[in-house]
Every structure is written in structure tokens, then in C-alpha cells.
Design a protein around this ligand. Structure first.
Ligand SMILES: *[C@@H]1O[C@H](CO)[C@@H](O)[C@H](O)[C@H]1NC(C)=O
Ligand SMILES: *[C@@H]1O[C@H](CO)[C@@H](O)[C@H](O)[C@H]1NC(C)=O
Ligand SMILES: *[C@@H]1O[C@H](CO)[C@@H](O)[C@H](O)[C@H]1NC(C)=O
Ligand SMILES: *[C@@H]1O[C@H](CO)[C@@H](O)[C@H](O)[C@H]1NC(C)=O
Length: 457
């Protein structure tokens, strides 16, 4: 009896979180469509992002069914998309080979990194000012330089994956990427200043040993959920280790991802500290490894199809909020197929740190129903919204300590999204609108529409 008024109070709190569709626009009715690694090349969580806002214009990138890399822009909130193709075509049918966009605010250059999976990366950048003075510049391929196989002159090798652009509090552009391969790779950081890219260094390493299920693995890579600057200027990163030796998982059909780790840097990615504030690493000379102390904030063995590269954000107090997903133990202690297991029984979890340093994890009570990943964002009051696959938005209030999760927008049947989506996180910094890039589901191989939907919250 005592419980009822409390529950009623929570229900009304989350019911006040109002999410409504304000526009649904098409970028291309003929987006390339093939499913590889359970994903589409036009929409992947780790893209971060294919849709970004800068100075009142929004930019998007995707591959057309003729394999051309396409770019579009529109004046916000409701200008028409204007698009063109870059002189590059997708080299292989691999969904890792996404297009990732960035803008360097100091010079208004648009940067495009694309088409790599443990391979040479393709890169081009625009003329200066294109993004800072958009109305007076020509929006065409002629405003971009030739396609390069270096990061604008910086040699980043021939085994690049997961290019991501990030803007620092000083409005410098940084570039986060992985070198080498899955299960044996390193996270790397580069920085753009006065028109020149330079290397900051390797910040995670493959070294050390991990033993589980009677097997020892001697190499791995850290898959990151993001590289996120908060208001305080701290950069936060979280992730999961992917082991090289499949024997550490209970089943060969599982994923060797284990544990959620978290650490941060207060000097723009040069030195690193764990959640307790202890210095644990230096980019270049002493990267973070599986042996680094005090970085696991949510332990989990490699038996639960824990997903890599989900999402994270930070709140008004500069505290991290992370989404992870896996098959909870109530469905069994060994997932024998990560794909069917996640579709049948996968759930997303919200993991956040309080100012006192304690971590709280809450299951989001709607089955993901997909192999794919979910994206978190917060409103200015720090209420949480999570875009699950198929554009289903679950929300919870800060006032409830993120316990009153409810479905606040359901685009599953109306939007026909393939699954995973990517968000415009730059637009979220200044507007209560989330732009979501997705691609419509399609029967085998036929091109489908690539779209941007705007939700007000
Ligand atoms: C939700 O927002 C829409 C559009 O802003 C508004 O028309 C509607 O009344 C709101 N609904 C609630 C329950 O606040
Ligand atoms: C591919 O299609 C796009 C959109 O119609 C077009 O702009 C581009 O020129 C085409 N690319 C090639 C290589 O034909
Ligand atoms: C939320 O957590 C804080 C700190 O643990 C606690 O003081 C507060 O009472 C909690 N609020 C609710 C609604 O559970
Ligand atoms: C790549 O995907 C396209 C689009 O689905 C398809 O037409 C083509 O046959 C695929 N190529 C290979 C080599 O699988």
C-alpha cells in the first residue's frame, strides 16, 4: 500500500518526457544495402557520426547503390538537402567501411574519413571556411581535395578501422582510430591544429594475459563506447576488451568481449586516470592494458554476448553515462550464439557514475530484439533517453535515479529501420532535437532509403 503513491509519482515523472517526431527526410532513395557483420555500411554505432551539425547547417554522409560516397547538407531546421558524390567508391562489401564526418571549428574545414577495415583509410577535407561560412561557399565535390590514403599527410599506417572525429573544449579537432586487428589492436589519437594533423599516440595496448574457461588469451583490443568531452573539459572513455583466444568464452559461437572499463583524461588524451582518480597511463609511452589497475567498473565474463562499441555521454555534472548490452544470466550462463542469443534475450543496461564515484547499473526493460546497439543522450535536466534498434526510444528521469524507464517514442512499425542508428551529437549540444540517421530495411540486396528523422524532446 505504501508503494503505490511512490510508483504513481514515478510514472507521472517519466510521462512528462515528451518525445515527438518533427520531421522525416530522405537523403537517398537508393542507399547501398548489404548486411555484413550484422550491420549496414551506412549506419553503424561506431561511426560517430554520419550526421553532424555545425553553424546552423547539418551534414550527412552515406554510400549510394552505385557505391559512390555521398555528402549532403541542409540549413536547419528545415532546409532541403543538397547532395553530391565524392570521387570515391566503396572498395568492398564490409559494413565496417563506414563514412565518418568531422568539422574543425577553427578553420571551418569538413573532414571525411572512410572505407577501411584493418586497411588503408581514405580521407579528404574541404576548403577552409566551408562549414563556418556555408551560405557563401560552393557546396560541391570541387570544394573538397583529392582523396588521400594518409590523414591529410600524417601516416597512420595501413591497418586502420573505426575513424571518429571529436572536438575538444578548445575547439580543436581530434581523431580517434584503431590500428591492427580485432582481438589484437590498439586505440590511437591524432590532433589537428593550424591545418596540420599530428600524432598524440597509442593509448590502449594489446598486451597482458586474460584467463577464463580454462584458456589464456595473450592479446586483445579495447572496443570503445565513445571518446566524450564533458563540460569540465575531461575526456571520458569506456569500453570492453575483445580477446584474441576464443577459448576464453564458454562457446565458439559467443563473443570474447568481457568487462566494462572506464577511464578519463584531463589533459586532452595525454595521461589517463581510473574512476578512483589514480594515474594509470600515458598515451605513447604507457598505454592502458588489460593489466591496468582499477579500470573495470562492471565486471562480466565472455559468456554473455556483451556487445562492443555501444554508446556513452556525459551529464551536466560531467559524469559519465554508458550503455552496454548483453544476455542477462537469468537466460543462462552461456550464450552459444551471440546473434540468436541477443535477438532472443538481449537487453541494454544504463551504467552511470555518481559524484561520489559509485557506479549504478539498471536494466532497460525492453528487449533489444536485435544484434545491434543502442544510443544514449540526455536532456538539459539530465533525464536519459536511449534509442534502441528500430528507433524505439526508452527514457528515464534523473529524479528516479534512472529507474522509471518507459517507451516514449516507438518508430518500429512506422519507420521500418534496419536496426542500429547513428545520432547527431553536435546538434544535441544546443537544441532539444535529436537527428537520427537510419536506413530502411530491405529484402536481400535491393537498395533502400537512407533517412534522417528529427525527434523533439
Ligand atoms: C508533447 O509535445 C507536443 C509538441 O511540442 C505537444 O503538442 C503536446 O501537447 C505534448 N504532449 C504532452 C503530453 O505534453
Ligand atoms: C552515383 O549516384 C549518385 C546519385 O545519383 C550520383 O551523384 C553519382 O554521380 C553516381 N556515381 C557514379 C560513379 O556514377
Ligand atoms: C537516488 O539516489 C540518491 C543517492 O544514492 C539518494 O539520495 C536518493 O534518495 C535516490 N532517489 C530516489 C528517488 O530513489
Ligand atoms: C555487394 O553488395 C551489392 C549490394 O547488395 C551487391 O549487388 C553485390 O553483388 C555485392 N558484391 C559482392 C562481391 O558480394
Amino acid at each position: 500500500m505504501l508503494v503505490l503513491p511512490v510508483l504513481a509519482g514515478l510514472v507521472s515523472l517519466v510521462a512528462a518526457l515528451n518525445v515527438t517526431l518533427s520531421s522525416n527526410t530522405v537523403l537517398d532513395t537508393s542507399g547501398i544495402y548489404f548486411v555484413s557483420y550484422d550491420g549496414l555500411v551506412n549506419v553503424n554505432s561506431f561511426q560517430a557520426s554520419a550526421v553532424i551539425t555545425h553553424s546552423g547547417y547539418q551534414y550527412a554522409a552515406w554510400y549510394n547503390s552505385n557505391r559512390s560516397a555521398m555528402l549532403a547538407r541542409r540549413a536547419l531546421p528545415s532546409g532541403a538537402w543538397s547532395k553530391f558524390s565524392l570521387s570515391h567508391t566503396l572498395s568492398t562489401n564490409d559494413s565496417h567501411n563506414v563514412i565518418s564526418l568531422g568539422v574543425s571549428p577553427a578553420d571551418g574545414v569538413i573532414h571525411v574519413a572512410m572505407d577501411c577495415h584493418s586497411s588503408t583509410m581514405y580521407y579528404t577535407k574541404s576548403v577552409a571556411g566551408l562549414a563556418n561560412d556555408p551560405a557563401s561557399k560552393t557546396w560541391a565535390a570541387s570544394s573538397f581535395g583529392s582523396i588521400q590514403t594518409t590523414l591529410g599527410g600524417l601516416n597512420i599506417g595501413t591497418t586502420v578501422t573505426y575513424p571518429q572525429f571529436v572536438v575538444t573544449p578548445e575547439n580543436k579537432l581530434q581523431f580517434v582510430y584503431r590500428t591492427a586487428v580485432s582481438g589484437n589492436g590498439a586505440a590511437q589519437l591524432a590532433e589537428y591544429s593550424s591545418g596540420t594533423w599530428s600524432n598524440v599516440g597509442q593509448w590502449t595496448s594489446a598486451t597482458g594475459s586474460y584467463t577464463a574457461n580454462g584458456a589464456t588469451s595473450t592479446a586483445r583490443n579495447l572496443y570503445i563506447h565513445g571518446f566524450t568531452y564533458s563540460k569540465s573539459g575531461r575526456v571520458h572513455t569506456s569500453g570492453t576488451w575483445r580477446e584474441n583466444n576464443g577459448g576464453v568464452s564458454c562457446s565458439s559461437g559467443g563473443l570474447t568481449n568481457h568487462d566494462t572499463v572506464y577511464f578519463y583524461s584531463d589533459d586532452r588524451g595525454r595521461t589517463w586516470s581510473n574512476s578512483a582518480g589514480t594515474k594509470i597511463g600515458t598515451s605513447g609511452s604507457s598505454p592502458i592494458s588489460v593489466s591496468t589497475a582499477g579500470i573495470i567498473v562492471d565486471p562480466l565474463n565472455a559468456d554473455h554476448a556483451l556487445m562492443n562499441q555501444e554508446s556513452q555521454t556525459t551529464d551536466s555534472q560531467s559524469l559519465p553515462h554508458i550503455i552496454i548490452s548483453y544476455v542477462p544470466g537469468r537466460f543462462g550462463q552461456c550464450v552459444s550464439s551471440y546473434e540468436s542469443g541477443r535477438i532472443a534475450n538481449g537487453y541494454a543496461f544504463h551504467l552511470f557514475r555518481s559524484s561520489s564515484g559509485t557506479w549504478t547499473k539498471t536494466e532497460i526493460p525492453l528487449a533489444i530484439g536485435s544484434v545491434g546497439r543502442s544510443q544514449i543522450f540526455l536532456d538539459p535536466q539530465d533525464n536519459a533517453y536511449v534509442v534502441l534498434p528500430f528507433v524505439r526510444v526508452m527514457a528515464a528521469t534523473k529524479a528516479s535515479n534512472y529507474t522509471d524507464w518507459a517507451l516514449v517514442y516507438d518508430g518500429k512499425s512506422s519507420l521500418n529501420a534496419f536496426g542500429e542508428v547513428t545520432l547527431d551529437r553536435r546538434r544535441l549540444e544546443t537544441e532539444r532535437v535529436v537527428s537520427i540517421l537510419f536506413q530502411e530495411s530491405s529484402s536481400s540486396g535491393s537498395p533502400s532509403s537512407v533517412r534522417v528523422v528529427d525527434l523533439k524532446f
